[in-house]
Write a protein that binds this ligand. Structure first.
Ligand SMILES: Nc1ncnc2c1ncn2[C@@H]1O[C@H](COP(=O)(O)OP(=O)(O)OP(=O)(O)O)[C@@H](O)[C@H]1O
Ligand SMILES: [Mg+2]
Length: 752
């Protein structure tokens, strides 16, 4: 059986502009205006592949191709690429009687291996009366023997038989005499139908200061004399990367989260993408034939294959020792933190040494300057990872520690650095300090970026495990467990929310902290409620009231709100309103704007489903305002989204769109790309405007995001609105009928 991860040639993606430019160049060359094209791009960007694709262009059909490669060896034969070109030619002469009449096999192709297209040289290339240059017959092994004039005449003769393309791959490894010959030919071919196309990696042209790369100077000269057409291949875009991944995995479309993960890792370098995906397949980390295959992939498991590591480590060979020190320090850091000052503080280097090292690293394309920020980042995240992976554990710990202290010294008062400082202490294994900064960072981000806050707290819990279990640590642990569970609830990670709430419940029981115990109970109730297990949830909330000796406004407000929600869902509107207003009393006792805001939204929901739309809008608006002023922007988006929903019911589509867009934009500002409800309502908006394709596009996207989630309400409603779109498209029902169906959608689900 063929293993599923056997590598195959994928379809070609993007590069339309490059192919079209090549096509124009080919047309010109065919008309006798020879040219040299130099294709530059980092390792794996697709230089060689571009030329393979060029061969399929119509404009190339009359061209004959001879290929020469350069190899990475110190003492490679001189003129190796040109020798290959001539050997192909000689091969033609030898095998002429035995091979096919149209194509014959060149010496290049391996015995017994599959005959590949590139191993053939067209018959038409065999000139009737071409003379070999002397050197070719002799084997061209000795430097200085090459007569450049004879060589060019030889090539011109070949081109008499039809337009000729000489392709020299990996010019950065070419021997200096070959580069000279190339320079010479570039001047000579301009009035012959000859195209010379070469590829090279600019980052490999970087050698130590005192030994410049042999290609550097010739490139400058050729450029000054305008003797070549430069082409630079850039990385694939996010969309193109997705396309490449689906090509490799042979699936029609890849989940957005997976695409995001891979793009983040590879920055759109096609070779990196291939390597990473195949390595995931080979290690059975993904299997696209299984449903939900892309869920729960630990980004840590996306390790880099050795081929990639080799390419990058080889380039480090030329760096000075201070550059290597700077590079290593940078590898423990991230973008905004790699600055001259920080490096200088952290390493024992003079100003001049740091500046030189940074310049060298930029020249060698390890780092790039971030414009306007006076800071640096890695050219590609892969480079950072390789450098980091090469550090041994003690050095890693040492560097993180250094970084932590430098940042603490400079930025301990700046909240946006707390997270980084905490993480560096954490990785430097100074747990007490790590704890302090991570907790500060987490509470700073909990409203606006709960996922980030949660990540910090997860680290805090590990720090705590590593510290002596004093009473105060245990107390702190309890608080952190509750807060972690709160954050999980905020981002709908219900399993984890439950897990942390149960841990908190146990610890609170041991420590006899009744209040915290009840908070944990409320959270358990929240999870049950969100999962639609209403009876169990009501039981958990009831427990709170019967076990609480004194009133705790915050916990009571939460519990009443949860209960009110369940009654609303069950269509018991008066009871729901009663519970919400009780909750409101407790929330107001503490002037807890966040809870008050959330309650207004809930009350808005009741009016909405009672059909009292103006009142609903009023409550939604008040709720959003409260939430916004409390900084709880994600919840506020919910208010805008709900308002959008009501305007849809009222048939005020433009107003609805305005609200939904506000909700979407505001959640994007908060770094959330997946706000479902405004998206789901957008399906309805487009359906009502008869924009069916757009409705379908959004439905597909939402559907993808919701897969594997437990949110049946969201799944059901998006299906309903998509159904509405289909129905309008297909049967063109009278308007009033459509409205009835869509308006009933929500109520239908509310009663389920
Ligand atoms: N546009 C593309 N669409 C699909 N696959 C691509 C594309 N570009 C490159 N690839 C694939 O990515 C891999 C790397 O491409 P290629 O070998 O051409 O890179 P390169 O720039 O020549 O690298 P090197 O500098 O190491 O020679 C190959 O498997 C190639 O088929
Ligand atoms: Mg290549």
């Amino acid at each position: 059986m063929i293993p599923s991860h056997e590598r195959k040639r994928t379809n070609y993606i993007g590069r339309k502009a490059e192919l079209s430019l090549l096509s124009d160049i080919l047309d010109n060359v065919r008309d006798g205006k020879g040219n040299l094209v130099l294709i530059a791009g980092e390792a794996g960007i697709g230089k060689t592949r571009l030329i393979e694709e060029m061969k399929h262009l119509d404009a190339f059909s009359t061209f004959n191709l001879l290929t020469g490669r350069c190899l990475y060896f110190k003492d490679t034969d001189i003129y190796l690429p040109f020798k290959e070109i001539f050997n192909q030619y000689k091969g033609i002469m030898k095998n002429i009687e035995v091979e096919s009449p149209f194509f014959i096999r060149s010496e290049n192709s391996r015995e017994g291996s599959l005959i590949r297209e590139e191993d053939f040289v067209p018959m038409s290339l065999i000139p009737a009366e071409v003379e070999y240059p002397e050197e070719t017959r002799e084997g061209m092994n000795v430097e200085g023997l090459m007569d450049f004039d004879k060589m060019s005449e030889f090539i011109f003769k070949l081109s008499d038989r039809g337009p000729l393309c000489l392709f020299i791959d990996d010019l950065h490894w070419a021997d200096p005499p070959s580069i000279k010959l190339l320079q010479y030919l570039a001047q000579k071919i301009t009035d012959h139908p000859i195209l010379i196309v070469c590829t090279y990696r600019p980052e490999d042209l970087f050698w130590a200061e005192d030994t410049p790369h042999p290609l550097t100077d010739p490139l400058k000269r050729l450029s000054r004399d305008k003797l070549f057409i430069p082409m630079e291949l850039k990385r694939l875009s996010r969309e193109e990367t997705d396309e490449l991944i689906s090509e490799i995995l042979e699936v029609e479309r890849i989940p957005r989260s997976f695409g995001r993960l891979i793009y983040k890792r590879t920055n759109g370098n096609p070779f990196f993408v291939e390597e990473v995906i195949y390595s995931l397949l080979e290690r059975n980390i993904i299997d696209p034939s299984v449903p939900d295959w892309h869920k729960n992939i630990d980004p840590q498991t996306i390790s880099l294959p050795t081929t990639l590591k080799d390419i990058i480590l080889r380039r480090m060979h030329w760096l000075s020792s201070s550059s290597i020190a700077v590079l290593r320090l940078s590898s423990v850091s991230s973008g905004t933190l790699i600055t001259f000052e920080i490096i200088k503080d952290a390493l024992n280097l003079s100003d001049e040494e740091v500046l030189e090292a940074l310049e060298e690293l930029v020249r060698a394309k390890f780092l790039r300057e971030i414009p306007d920020e006076e800071s640096y980042d890695f050219e590609n995240p892969v480079i950072q990872e390789v450098v980091y992976s090469e550090l041994n554990h003690s050095r890693r710990r040492f560097l993180h520690n250094k970084m932590a202290h430098v940042l603490e010294e400079r930025f301990s008062k700046n909240p946006s650095y707390w997270g980084s400082i905490g993480i560096h202490f954490y990785k430097g294994k100074e747990f007490e300090k790590a704890l302090k900064y991570l907790i500060k960072a987490s509470s700073h981000f909990s409203r606006v970026a709960p996922q980030k806050a949660l990540d910090y707290l997860t680290m805090v819990l590990i720090c705590m495990e590593n510290l002596p279990q004093s009473d105060s640590i245990k107390e702190q642990n309890l608080e952190v467990l509750i807060e972690t569970s709160n954050l999980c609830l905020k981002i709908s990670e219900w399993d984890r929310a439950l897990q942390f709430a149960e841990k908190a419940l146990n610890l609170a029981t041991v420590l006899r902290r009744n209040r915290v115990k009840m908070k944990a109970k409320v959270n358990i109730g929240e999870v049950l409620r969100c999962r639609g297990e209403y009876d169990k949830a009501l039981g958990a909330y009831q427990d709170v009231f019967s076990n609480m000796q004194e009133e705790d406004p915050e916990t009571f407000a939460q519990a009443y709100m949860g209960m009110g929600y369940i009654h609303w869902r069950r269509g018991e509107f008066p009871r729901a309103l009663e519970l919400f207003s009780r909750s409101l009393q407790y929330a107001k006792l503490q002037n807890n704007l966040s809870t008050i805001g959330a309650l207004y939204l809930n009350i808005g929901n009741v009016f909405n489903h009672r059909g009292d739309l103006d009142k609903a809008i009023d409550y939604y608006r008040r709720g959003s305002k409260h939430l916004e002023s409390h900084g709880n922007l994600l919840e506020a988006c919910r208010g805008y989204s709900n308002m959008g929903g009501v305007y849809l019911q009222k048939g005020e589509l433009d107003k609805a769109e305005e609200m939904l867009r506000t909700a979407l934009n505001k959640s994007k500002e908060q770094g959330r790309s997946d706000p479902w409800w405004p998206q789901i309502l957008m399906i309805k908006l487009h359906a009502l405007r008869d924009e069916f394709r757009e409705a379908e596009r959004i439905f597909d996207m939402v559907n993808e995001e919701l897969k594997g989630r437990e949110d049946r309400m969201a799944q059901g409603t998006s299906l309903l609105y998509f159904g509405l779109s289909r129905m309008r498209e297909g049967r063109r029902e009278p308007d009033n009928r459509k409205k009835v169906i869509s308006d009933n959608g929500c109520r239908f689900f509310a009663c389920q």
